[in-house]
Write a protein that binds this ligand. Structure first.
Ligand code: SF4
Ligand code: SF4
Length: 542
């Protein structure tokens, strides 16, 4: 693994294009920018083609003999299947409106990270083989031959797109680069070209139920650990259940919330909230992952991994599903799950048992996002909240790409935060809500070996955080996505080390006054609550 350049070095970004045209500028696979290739054992588990040991920096990628025919046939099938793909291949007028909107282009200056050019990587091969102009005029019509170097270029750049869809907001034709990247990755997977950071979680999830391959007993042990922590903090023993048949609600969240700080504090927040409400819910040790790295591989693999949510809901006989704070999990749920694995006619339209609110927007999926569930609780006065417990925090909110752009969750998180915190500050308008900047590590790019890419891709987001830190003294970045909670601590440490990271339900649980709780002296992280500094020092002396 190479050392990541220091922030002052990385911030010197050159936007000068190379002297040669893009088709004549060969791809250079640079350390710190790419993730390691997928290992054969992980491809074998999910029955994917061409499992073998290979290294992206070696000349021979050990492609199957008939690799060109596989790509042509794969592209033909997808053009027939997805009308959107054919449109996206044909209608771009190269106006350039998207060119400077991608965080990877802003952070790297590499022209092939301009969304329009990223799409051209695939479009040029499409033109050469599927259009008359491309066949006859070749390069003049923007067409080029498919070669091994082109495949390497696809692999390098389709795994430098986080499928965040920011560029599509600015495209006058609504061309969705994320959809093009998904198809690009699908074609690469037909040749056995994935990254290990994606294919290993996919294999784990397929075998065991979650990305880390955590066995059911270890999953339960971790939740039990949180139960003890909550009892120490509040004097209250929460009593979650697992795989309980007949529960009203199945709760599914990304495993990142269960196994990695600071997501673990968000997870404690869920447990405390559900206990306070007396919610009739259960965890599943089988559907123990809300995230879906299959979606970063192919639509088919996304569907296979997503199937467990409805299957488990059916097996347990619940009425509906509640989901935790996640990003891409919700793009899958909102835009694909119903048609992939539904209709879930065996479930009921979700109704909050606490407020009686019927979630009309979940009529078909039968799955409610916890941020809308909690916003509804607050709106109906069902939670007793002491905002001052979060007074040590000056909070800003990062709109995670998928809940924001795919679901339109702009106001719900802000409503919740404003009800549990006294100090909330927005980042500049062109960096939030629909125009939010990606964390730079989504869609399976959150590995360790591509750290330079991540720090570059996260630069625009971090820049906006720095702005509110310097202007208002913001010291906490809230979000509703498990990948954000996993990757932002590193990004903040690199660009804005004064700012920490939290899930929204950690803030909720800090502020929520629970029935029968002892006097709280610390927040969920064990830090003294405002005004309780001396009390915690006394505790330490004892
Ligand atoms: S904004 Fe849309 S039409 Fe314009 S170059 Fe980008 S993808 Fe093409
Ligand atoms: S990373 Fe986001 S902004 Fe960049 S090309 Fe991909 S979808 Fe567009």
């Amino acid at each position: 693994m190479v050392d990541t350049p220091k922030p002052d070095q990385l911030a010197k970004i050159s936007y000068n294009p190379p002297r040669s045209g893009w088709m004549d500028t060969p791809v250079e696979i640079r350390d710190g920018i790419y993730c390691y290739g997928g290992k054969p054992q992980n491809l074998e588990i999910v029955d994917f083609p061409n499992p073998r040991e290979w290294k992206p920096t070696e000349k021979d990628w050990k492609l199957p003999k008939e690799w060109k025919e596989i790509v042509y046939e794969g592209l033909r099938e997808r053009l027939d299947k997805h009308r959107s793909l054919r449109l996206f291949m044909d209608i771009c007028v190269r106006c350039g409106a998207c060119a400077d909107k991608c965080h990877f282009f802003i952070g790297s200056g590499d022209p092939k990270n301009m969304p329009v050019l990223r799409a051209e990587l695939l479009r040029s091969v499409y033109r050469k083989n599927f259009t008359a102009a491309g066949k006859i005029l070749g390069k003049v019509a923007g067409a080029r031959e498919l070669t091994e170097d082109v495949i390497k270029e696809w692999w390098y750049y389709f795994f430098q797109c986080t499928e965040c869809r920011r560029c599509s907001v600015f495209c006058p034709y609504g061309i969705d680069q994320a959809e093009i990247t998904i198809i690009g990755r699908e074609l690469l997977n037909l040749l056995g070209l994935n990254t290990d950071w994606i294919s290993a979680p996919v294999a784990n999830c397929y075998r065991v139920g979650n990305h880390l391959g955590i066995q059911p007993h270890a999953f339960k042990d971790m939740i039990d650990f949180f139960v003890d922590e909550i009892e120490t903090l509040t004097g209250i023993k929460v009593e979650p259940t697992f795989n309980r048949k007949g529960a009203e609600i199945l709760f599914v969240t990304p495993s990142g919330d269960v196994f990695a700080d600071p997501g673990t504090y968000t997870c404690m927040g869920y447990l405390m909230l559900f206990h306070q409400l007396g919610l009739d819910y259960t965890w599943s040790t089988y559907a123990s992952e809300g995230g879906n790295f299959g979606y970063f591989t192919s639509l088919e693999m996304g569907k296979r991994l997503n199937a467990k949510i409805y299957n488990e809901a059916k097996r347990l006989g619940v009425k509906w599903v509640l989901g935790g704070e996640c990003g891409h999990m919700w793009r899958v749920v909102q835009q694909y799950m119903d048609t992939w694995n539904g209709p879930a006619d065996f479930l009921e339209q979700p109704v909050s048992p606490i407020t009686g609110t019927r979630f009309e927007n979940t009529k078909s999926t039968k799955m409610v996002h916890i941020i809308e569930f909690t916003a509804d609780l607050i709106k109906n006065g069902k939670l007793k909240l002491d905002k001052s417990r979060n007074d040590h925090l000056k909070v800003t909110f990062h709109d995670s790409c998928n809940p924001a752009r795919a679901m339109g969750f702009f106001e719900e998180p802000r409503y919740v935060i404003n009800n549990v915190c006294n100090y909330f500050y927005e980042m500049p308008p062109n960096t939030i809500k629909e125009q939010t900047f990606c964390c730079g590590s989504g869609s399976g790019l959150n590995a360790g070996e591509n750290m330079e890419l991540r720090m570059r891709g996260g630069f625009p987001r971090a820049n906006a955080v720095r702005y509110v830190h310097e202007k208002y003294g913001v010291n906490m970045l809230a979000n509703i996505c498990a990948i954000d909670r996993a990757v932002f601590p590193t990004l903040m440490q690199y660009w804005v080390p004064e700012v920490d990271v939290t899930g929204v339900h950690e803030l909720v649980a800090n502020a929520m006054v629970m029935d029968g709780e002892i006097e709280r002296t610390t927040d969920l992280r064990g830090e003294p609550l405002p005004g309780m500094e001396e009390a915690t020092e006394d505790d330490e002396d004892v």
